[in-house]
Design a protein around this ligand. Structure first.
Ligand SMILES: Nc1ncnc2c1ncn2[C@@H]1O[C@H](COP(=O)(O)OP(=O)(O)OP(=O)(O)O)[C@@H](O)[C@H]1O
Length: 260
């Protein structure tokens, strides 16, 4: 995986923040007083038992939900009131739990469609050869990087579930985002796919910030640098996996479900 980013690993710097973030649904407080610092070249996980508020925080950070309270910044800019479609252009993209690839297009075609969007090439009838070469070069690079070369001409519908997710992550990388948000990227996968996708996320996190909601705690322990644990909408622990897994409140929160 050497083709994704141009940037070399750097010192940690905060690229995405939340301060005092809160969300009420018809009087019910789903998220309250959440502070987050997501750093460049680090993988940050949001974990917590069912109903803890992970998805709500994720949707607030990506602006798919408007916060009731608090402030969010991206690369130093206040995005609390920014529309989600502007966020991608500012350098933050999200994946979805449900695969967003076009099933009847091949792997290469899916990647090309994703690449044409940011470049605004889709609406042009005539392209200079140099632009097409750049596009093809970048498509090949992404296909190679994500280990999809063998399936270049395979229709997305025929890919395994895990490879479909990989293709979906590859398409989100078309914008070359500095901040990547992944919503349960390993959900529903078998062991082999989990290993493959976890390895890809680990590589992506070397040169960009990744914030992910994930239930698979052994993968979180393995690849994440920072973990924020939510319970009933509030942060109960934050730090390395070694730190949070020893926290008595975290152990209690997970008791009866899955021990971190
Ligand atoms: N649109 C909504 N309207 C009302 N309540 C909501 C809404 N979305 C979420 N909630 C409530 O907010 C709380 C947090 O939900 P959320 O989906 O964020 O938790 P979660 O940690 O992602 O859970 P899970 O792990 O089960 O996906 C839950 O009690 C949920 O019922």
């Amino acid at each position: 995986m050497n083709a994704i980013p141009a940037a070399a690993p750097e010192e940690p710097r905060v690229v995405l923040t939340a301060r005092g973030l809160g969300k009420d649904f018809a009087g019910f407080t789903a998220v309250n007083n959440v502070d987050l610092d997501v750093e460049h070249a680090r993988i940050h996980a949001l974990i917590g038992p069912n109903g803890a508020g992970k998805t709500t925080v994720f949707n607030l950070m990506t602006k798919f939900l408007q916060p009731t309270r608090g402030q969010i910044t991206l690369l130093g800019q206040d995005i609390t009131k920014t529309r989600p479609d502007r966020i991608a252009r500012m350098g933050m993209v999200r994946s979805f739990q449900i695969s967003a690839v076009f099933p009847h297009l091949t792997v290469l075609e899916n990647i090309r469609v994703a690449l044409q969007r940011p470049n605004r090439l889709a609406t042009q009838f005539w392209l200079p050869l140099s632009a097409l070469d750049r596009l093809n070069g970048r498509a090949e690079e992404l296909i190679e990087t994500f280990g999809l070369a063998e399936w270049t001409d395979t229709r997305a519908a025929e890919l395994s579930y895990g490879r479909k997710r990989v293709l979906e992550i590859a398409t989100t990388l078309a914008l070359d985002p500095q901040v990547l948000l992944l919503d349960e990227p390993l959900a529903g996968m078998g062991l082999e796919d989990v290993r493959m996708v976890a390895g890809i996320i680990r590589e992506l996190g070397k040169t960009r910030a990744v914030l992910m909601v994930e239930h698979n705690l052994s993968v979180v322990a393995d690849i994440c640098d920072h973990i924020t644990v939510l319970q009933r909408g509030e942060i109960i622990a934050s730090g390395s996996y070694a730190t949070v897994s020893q926290d008595p409140r975290v152990r209690t929160a997970y008791m009866g479900t899955e021990e971190p």
